[in-house]
Design a binder for this molecule. Sequence first.
Ligand code: ADP
Ligand code: MG
Length: 326
Amino acid sequence: MKRHLLTVLLIVLSVFCCACNHPHTQLSFIAMDTYITLSADVNDGVLSSVRQKICSLSDALDFHNSGSALSILNQNAGGPVDGDLNTLLQLARQYANDTGGAFNPALGNIIRLWDIGGQNRLPAAAQINDALAHSQSGDWQIQDGQVSLQNGVQLDLGGIAKGYASDIALQMIEQAGGTSGLLSIGGNIAVLGSKNGDDWRIAIQHPETEQASIGTLSVCDCFVVTSGDYQRYFETNGKRYHHIFGQNGYPTDNSLRSVTVVTDSGAKADAYSTALFVMGLDQGLAFYNQKQDFEAIFITKDRSVTVTPGLRNRFTLQDGGYYYEN
Ligand code: ADP
Ligand code: MG
């Protein structure tokens, strides 16, 4: 939460610093278990409607609330879905397939077992293996508005929900005539248009220092999402256990500290940033070469920064202790 607050503050600062042609309306609130700031050249009423929409998505997708639409699916091993839940689950299925299960919304049993940020349990290997047997990416389907969960799979959409919400928020603002805006849903950034004809400058959270950014990205009309091992974690015996799980049911343990994805969809940026973090640097770069539908910044524990070609003249590294790998 604190990290998200920093991102929010940096963004709010950058919005206030711009002498906009059309004044931006601002709205900040908490939903989806995080801080949200909306800023766009639309009136208060539009941003209030966006807030209502995000809050209703937050309620529907809450994995931890037994009354949410998602939990009801989990309790009933599936069922009918429509509207946003239908769209979001179709996207989740597609990104799970595209990433070979690195993005795996079927990890609910693993997520509940570890409960990172809640009970912070370090489960026994047997418990992890048992939960993993009921968390397989291939054990759920969605077709014609019908979800089916096999083998005790529990869906958790924490790796994509905020990005999807940013897509919906941006669409609502555009439909209301907005042409310029900056939205942050817990650090999932959506950028609409430009800032007086210039790129927006987005601060990328420093993975080691709480009150700092590691660099800035100059972008317009895109979504920017970062996944990292510093967002939610606990440490015991000198080891960090964070909230992004690999296919072995343990928090991923590769060379990466964070991955930022820039692309044309919030849901995709969110799902891919989680997936690339799971894949690790080499596999992540292979995925980049294969897909060619996003750009990324990979930051490793040994302080290397790998920037994909499309972002090389858009990213400015600010910490001299880090070095470019390419
Ligand atoms: P954040 O939500 O902190 O912005 P992410 O988008 O990377 O970060 O999502 C992490 C969340 O996604 C976890 O809290 C959990 O709910 C869920 N999750 C964890 N591991 C995976 C995974 N391999 N695939 C899909 N979702 C995951
Ligand atoms: Mg994600």
